[in-house]
Write a protein that binds this ligand. Structure first.
Ligand SMILES: C[S@@+](CC[C@H](N)C(=O)[O-])C[C@H]1O[C@@H](n2cnc3c(N)ncnc32)[C@H](O)[C@@H]1O
Length: 259
């Protein structure tokens, strides 16, 4: 039987209370062909020394990549922030991306790792990011993608989503983000780069295969189905799976189009 449907915000709150830092646990050991983690990749476009907001920072992995820079993290999950602090990221505060507790033009850059597809309403989050950014400030976001993947990854994801009883993994803002250029323009940004990379997540043990499955957002999927997905992923021990990510780099435009 499927669990009773909950709203995305309620599902997210429970998810991050129950498993704080699971995104970091998976992504921090994943590597691109060039040896980068997704946190190295998202922080790469940000100039050294830029005053930066890590929006929806979770357990603070991006903050620690740029530990010496004036970065601050914000997240709505107290459990994620507690883990960030335990790991040494004390420059974090609890808050909502749709109502930022910062003055206008306080930052040179905003980064948002693996969260823009979730934050509702995305329009309000973009407007707030623009408000706190200085003119020509950067907004860099990473998102789950559907490519690039190797043939073996495609077969594995197809079987995995079938076990979960889904057609595909989905998130509230994927439709809005399909035309990222128009979305950026409508909220006073210019999209200057839209790139994709595959990160390889190594699976040496069944704990690591289970961690991968449990890091996926699957609201309304019954626990029996998730356990069947765990059993499938356990057959991948001794290999790896690709995690396809997309990175958007936007620059704050001087004017915002009236809608
Ligand atoms: C997939 S995790 C990514 C965490 C971290 N950025 C990383 O990449 O490791 C998504 C994060 O978005 C946060 N989040 C979701 N909606 C939010 C909102 N409206 N305001 C602030 N944080 C939010 C969640 O609490 C969670 O920590």
């Amino acid at each position: 039987m499927s669990p009773a449907p909950t709203s995305w915000p309620d599902y997210l709150s429970d998810f991050h209370r129950q498993r704080p830092g699971i995104t970091e646990d998976v992504l921090s050991v994943s590597r691109s062909r060039g040896g980068l983690t997704p946190y190295d990749w998202i922080t790469a476009p940000i100039p050294l020394g830029a005053r930066t907001l890590d929006l929806a920072c979770g357990s603070g992995a991006s903050l620690r990549v740029r530990g010496r820079d004036p970065w601050i993290g914000l997240d709505r999950s107290a459990s994620e922030l507690a883990r960030a602090r335990r790991a040494g990221s004390t420059n974090v505060l609890e808050g909502d991306a749709t109502s930022l507790p910062f003055g206008d033009e306080s930052f040179d850059a905003v980064v948002c790792s693996m969260a823009l597809m979730l934050i509702e309403p995305i329009e309000r989050a973009l407007d707030e990011a623009r408000r706190v950014l200085a003119p020509e400030g950067f907004f860099v976001a990473t998102l789950p993608g559907r490519r690039p993947l190797r043939a073996r990854d495609v077969v594995r994801y197809t079987r995995l989503v079938r076990r979960l009883g889904l057609v595909r993994l989905n998130y509230p803002n994927m439709r809005a983000l399909a035309d990222a250029s128009a979305l950026a323009r409508d909220h006073g940004f210019e999209l200057v780069e839209d790139v994709r990379t595959r990160f390889d997540y190594p699976i040496a043990t069944s704990e690591e295969s289970t961690r991968f499955v449990r890091s996926l957002y699957v609201p309304s999927v019954a626990s029996a189905r998730i356990e069947r997905a765990d059993a499938l992923a356990a057959t991948w021990v001794g290999s790896s799976i690709g995690i396809p990510l997309r990175r958007l780099t936007m620059v704050r435009a001087s004017t915002k189009r009236e809608r």
